[in-house]
Design a protein around this ligand. Structure first.
Ligand code: HEM
Length: 160
């Protein structure tokens, strides 16, 4: 895998994320049954000004794989974040927002869809690291005719 490299100085403000996180989330939406899920998120880097982001989830009760997403978290200038994400349900998301200490907020500026993907028009994400220990996030989306509405909330703890 090559020699480990130092974190690029432009992404030092995201350095607290680097590593693996696991935990439990709850999902809901007006059009679906609510559900609990297990989740693993890994943030890694290659010494360039972005983090490599990989997320996987499983149903908390029966263990079947659910959503996954992958992409890059970029810091184009101090205190700003850009997310470039791919989703297996035929969506790509470009989101932008702010980094304020251990709180990151991002809203989509673009949701691209394959011709068979569900109609998602906006995504909003809030992440925060509580007490230097618990990574929490919430996600809202506008989809299938609903306005921006809560879909996910999760709490993860560091694995490595
Ligand atoms: C932790 C991540 C996520 C999990 C565990 C998750 C899980 C689920 C589940 C279990 C459903 C209902 C059944 C199904 O369609 O499989 C669902 C529906 C849906 N999710 Fe998610 N999801 C996640 C993230 C996302 C994201 C990031 C988006 C959009 C960018 C999204 C968009 C949707 C849409 C559009 C539906 C269908 C709603 C409907 O047809 O009424 N999900 N999700």
């Amino acid at each position: 895998m090559g020699t480990p490299v130092p974190l690029h100085p432009d992404v030092e403000s995201l350095g607290f994320l680097v590593g693996s996180w696991s935990g439990r989330g709850h999902g809901a939406y007006p059009t679906i049954e609510s559900f609990d899920y297990d989740e693993t998120i890994t943030f890694s880097h290659i010494g360039k000004p972005f983090l490599v982001y990989a997320q996987r989830t499983w149903h908390a009760t029966d263990g079947r794989p659910l959503h996954a997403e992958t992409g890059f978290w970029r810091v184009p200038r101090p205190a700003r974040i850009e997310l470039v994400l791919a989703h297996p349900n035929g969506l790509v998301e470009v989101s932008e927002g702010t980094i304020d200490g251990a709180t990151i907020r991002a809203s989509s500026t673009l949701v691209g869809r394959t011709s068979t993907a569900k109609d998602v028009t906006a995504v909003e994400r809030d992440f925060t690291l509580d007490a230097n220990e618990v990574l929490r996030y919430e996600l809202r989306m506008a989809a299938v005719g609903q306005p921006l509405t809560h879909h996910l909330a999760a709490e993860l703890r560091r694995e490595s």
